[in-house]
Ligand binder design. Structure first.
Ligand SMILES: *[C@@H]1O[C@H](CO)[C@@H](O)[C@H](O)[C@H]1NC(C)=O
Ligand SMILES: *[C@@H]1O[C@H](CO)[C@@H](O)[C@H](O)[C@H]1NC(C)=O
Ligand SMILES: *[C@@H]1O[C@H](CO)[C@@H](O)[C@H](O)[C@H]1NC(C)=O
Ligand SMILES: *[C@@H]1O[C@H](CO)[C@@H](O)[C@H](O)[C@H]1NC(C)=O
Ligand SMILES: *[C@@H]1O[C@H](CO)[C@@H](O)[C@H](O)[C@H]1NC(C)=O
Ligand SMILES: *[C@@H]1O[C@H](CO)[C@@H](O)[C@H](O)[C@H]1NC(C)=O
Ligand SMILES: *[C@@H]1O[C@H](CO)[C@@H](O)[C@H](O)[C@H]1NC(C)=O
Length: 281
């Protein structure tokens, strides 16, 4: 009923009354770091003095002062619907379990701890959120290497792209098996999901090689399946295929010519046929 109003009033009044006074040893704000995985849960613990009775705890976002959850011996606290179902406070150890973590939960939180002897502490804790990148897919498009000077040696120039999605924070593509000095960066494409705030990464590079090479790429701890580039037989195969087509064409041509000659030879005696056959009949 009046709970929400009271809790807000209490927060405002106590905040005004109990502004940390300089030199007060109890206002030291130690920083603690926590990490969570997107969609999973985390238990944030406020570093308070547990040997002193605590009458209320307000956990709020540091930048915005948005109240998340807590407890109060005197007033009923109004928890925002967004956090009501996903947070649970344990007053014994001043912890808060937060479930279904999203990227927007990342940041700093302030634990406003009120001790019974009208002193308070405001330690700050930090939450880092991570999301695993999907197994990257690597694609290759290879062509004959174009030499600016000298003849071609049969080497290949490949355009390789590596892409992965759903990760956080923004990461970089790595090509562990390739010679770093032979990698020429073509394009980096990174886009952020407008809702989930996760990243999709796609890097395209050029790479030249003379012998078969198994390539894989990695983004974070996710590693792609390897693919083989610069296969030796891919170039001769194309030549063989082209030769076969040309030879087939030539054969058909020769066959055609032979057939035409045969037909002409057979056609020529035809007008004489009746004359030849009549006496026989
Ligand atoms: C906690 O409070 C007790 C009683 O006031 C005090 O003796 C102790 O030093 C405090 N501990 C810390 C870590 O502040
Ligand atoms: C919280 O959970 C209750 C039932 O468990 C549900 O009715 C309500 O819609 C949920 N609120 C939010 C904001 O998800
Ligand atoms: C609260 O924390 C204490 C100490 O870690 C633990 O023993 C207790 O089971 C917790 N209570 C709940 C409801 O999780
Ligand atoms: C978890 O949060 C996302 C939004 O961040 C929401 O779409 C999803 O329904 C939530 N899942 C559960 C089980 O509450
Ligand atoms: C692309 O990202 C790589 C690191 O993955 C970096 O070395 C390179 O300079 C970037 N290139 C461009 C064009 O942004
Ligand atoms: C990555 O970028 C390259 C070059 O723009 C493109 O060919 C490839 O399809 C992209 N990969 C994905 C998975 O979008
Ligand atoms: C590439 O991988 C294939 C099968 O995974 C293997 O047979 C081949 O020997 C590898 N080639 C090189 C050059 O490592």
């Amino acid at each position: 009923m009046k709970g929400p109003v009271f809790s807000l009033l209490a927060l405002v009044i106590t905040s005004v009354l109990l502004t940390p006074s300089p030199g007060d040893g109890s206002t030291v704000s130690p920083v603690r770091d926590f990490s969570a995985v997107l969609g999973q849960s985390v238990t944030l613990r406020c570093p308070g003095n547990l040997s002193v009775p605590i009458i209320r705890l307000y956990i709020q976002r540091k930048q915005t002062n948005v109240f998340i959850n807590g407890f109060d011996d005197q007033y009923l606290l109004k928890v925002h619907p967004e956090y009501r179902n996903r947070t649970k406070v344990n007053r014994t150890d001043l912890s808060m379990k937060m479930s279904n973590i999203s990227i927007s939960d990342e940041g700093s939180y302030m634990c406003v701890i009120f001790y019974s002897r009208t002193s308070k502490e405001e330690p700050v804790i930090n939450l880092k959120v991570t999301a695993e990148y999907s197994v990257p897919t690597v694609k290759a498009e290879c062509g004959e290497r174009i030499h600016s000077n000298g003849p071609a040696t049969g080497g290949k120039s490949c355009q390789l792209s590596c892409s992965s999605t759903g990760g956080y924070p923004l990461s970089v593509v790595e090509w562990p098996v390739l010679h770093q000095s032979l990698i020429r960066n073509i394009e980096n494409k990174s886009s952020e999901d407008p809702h989930y705030k996760t990243w999709t990464i796609n890097q395209t590079i050029m790479y030249s090689c003379d012998k078969p090479t198994n390539v894989s790429c990695s983004i974070g701890s996710a590693v792609s399946h390897p693919i083989t580039i610069c296969q030796e037989d891919s170039f001769p195969l194309r030549v063989i295929a082209a030769t076969a087509v040309v030879m087939a064409f030539v054969l058909i041509l020769i066959l055609g010519l032979v057939l035409m000659k045969c037909c002409r030879r057979r056609l020529r005696p035809r007008p004489e046929d009746p004359a030849l056959e009549v006496p026989l009949a």
